[in-house]
Write a protein that binds this ligand. Structure first.
Ligand SMILES: [Zn+2]
Ligand SMILES: [Zn+2]
Length: 182
């Protein structure tokens, strides 16, 4: 497994799991493939629920908007997830870093390591605020809880989709009119 210097694929994979949770273990594994992971995972009967716990722990980081609190939660996750970094060049991938114990190939454990370190790279290289829930869901009566991983150049992405951005714009327009028209 390969983390680019921005940790981008890992944090996008975490968001994908959170937004569209697979109904079984095979679905989780398929998602890791879709995001470019190639390693074989050991199989255990509780992989599905343990991976769900990894995603839920990660969502606490997403929901912690205060930087200090966010860092504390993420440090906690990394402390439990990662071994010391190791240089490796398996599978002709070229030399890269692994942040996990090579002897541990459990699906939830590997994902916890990849997701927590990937998120730390993303937040430190791109910006500590570039992870949140969709801003549309913050408005009364809106149910969007999608995660926004901001990998844009200007760092101003607030909505998960064009649809949510448009819906929010319409609402802002309506509420302005409600104020100005007696
Ligand atoms: Zn690797
Ligand atoms: Zn949204």
């Amino acid at each position: 497994m390969h983390l680019n210097p921005y940790g981008e694929y890992a944090v996008l994979m975490a968001a994908s799991l959170a937004d569209d949770w697979p109904e079984d273990r095979a679905g989780i594994e398929a998602r890791t493939r879709a995001f470019g992971m190639t390693m074989e995972f050991a199989e255990a009967s509780d992989d599905h629920e343990r991976t769900r716990r990894v995603v839920d722990e990660w969502l606490r980081v997403v929901d912690a908007l205060e930087p200090g609190e966010r860092a504390r939660l993420l440090n906690d996750l990394m402390a439990r997830a990662t071994a010391y970094p190791r240089l490796t060049d398996h599978g002709g991938e070229g030399w890269h870093l692994h942040y996990r114990d090579d002897a541990n190939d459990s699906l939830p454990d590997v994902l916890r390591a990849v997701i927590s370190v990937g998120t730390a790279l993303h937040l430190t290289t791109r910006g500590i605020h570039r992870l949140s829930r969709c801003a549309a869901g913050q408005m009364d009566g809106d149910s969007c809880v999608a995660v926004v991983v901001d990998v844009t150049r200007n760092g101003r992405q607030r909505y998960c989709s064009v649809r949510c951005a448009n819906r929010a714009a319409v609402r802002r327009h309506r509420s302005r009119r409600a104020v100005t028209v007696p």
